[in-house]
Design a protein around this ligand. Sequence first.
Ligand SMILES: Nc1ncnc2c1ncn2[C@@H]1O[C@H](COP(=O)(O)OP(=O)(O)O)[C@@H](O)[C@H]1O
Ligand SMILES: CC(=O)N[C@@H](CCC(=O)OP(=O)(O)O)C(=O)O
Length: 302
Amino acid sequence: MSLNTQRATHIAQVLTEALPYIQRFSGKTLVIKYGGNAMVDENLKNSFARDVVLMKAVGINPVIVHGGGPQIGDLLERVGKQSEFINGMRVTDRETMDIVEMVLGGQVNKSIVNLINNHGGRAVGLTGKDGSLIYAEKLNVSRHSDDPAIKTSEVIDLGHVGKVSSVDTSVIDMLIHSDFIPVIAPIGVGKDGESYNINADLVAGKIAEVLQAEKLILLTNTAGLLDADGKLLTGLNAKQVNDLIDEGVIYGGMLPKIGCALDAVQAGVTTAHIIDGRVQHAVLLEMFTDEGVGTLIRGGGR
Ligand SMILES: Nc1ncnc2c1ncn2[C@@H]1O[C@H](COP(=O)(O)OP(=O)(O)O)[C@@H](O)[C@H]1O
Ligand SMILES: CC(=O)N[C@@H](CCC(=O)OP(=O)(O)O)C(=O)O
């Protein structure tokens, strides 16, 4: 057998092995959160874009929600502004909000759209303002005292940080039905017309819920959810997650991620996955293998 025939045989085998997964997910919607930390390497960005285009080509409907925390951090640094994070959320004053909108709605959103289109897909970029997709309201968080004797907690004003109050998916439905791939920046608009900076995981989770997606896939810069010894936790339910939060094993940027994954599966999304965006073709590995990759979160057990 020539080398070319061997290669073609291998491709044919791979394709037929993927067939049951393609049949299972064809026509289904998948919400993929593409984290800013997973967008750093050119090869990885290209492999992500190819995965998305391939999915669409086999009849799956990917909806991309992206972050861009490190990219916002870079521009803030260039203009000499410091950022503070509380419970994984960036404290956002008006000037920071302008930069967030420029970086997420402009630079990051358009670069992902461009990348997908360069691989033969048809992507359309949106923020939550387009088509009134995401209405937001102000998010306030409470900080508990480190002293267990002090039971009261302090409410902290995070500025223009929002949470999703409602999602109108009309514009997403229209794009999906016309064979476009929606690429969404996590900016919401308040009833007062103000812009809100929303953690991208929260937006991805809510959109997955409202679309009743088959999967919510959160790409990040760790192998998945890790235990106190740094070992990957492959399958978890709500009770186990809450115990890990109480033990302080889950903190920072993983808090909104795991929170939205739990909320999504409890609201009807079949499964949520936290996977390693530093691995080439991470999304396809999750979709087209029985064992999957990263951490799988299912509903129940709270
Ligand atoms: N138990 C945990 N397992 C894995 N990562 C964790 C855990 N707890 C906190 N983290 C932190 O969460 C980070 C991922 O969140 P974040 O930085 O917001 O990523 P992204 O930009 O992908 O949303 C990890 O890099 C890690 O520092
Ligand atoms: C309120 C809040 O923290 N918003 C985030 C929005 C971007 C984001 O979520 O980016 P990653 O997914 O790359 O972390 C921020 O300002 O960084």
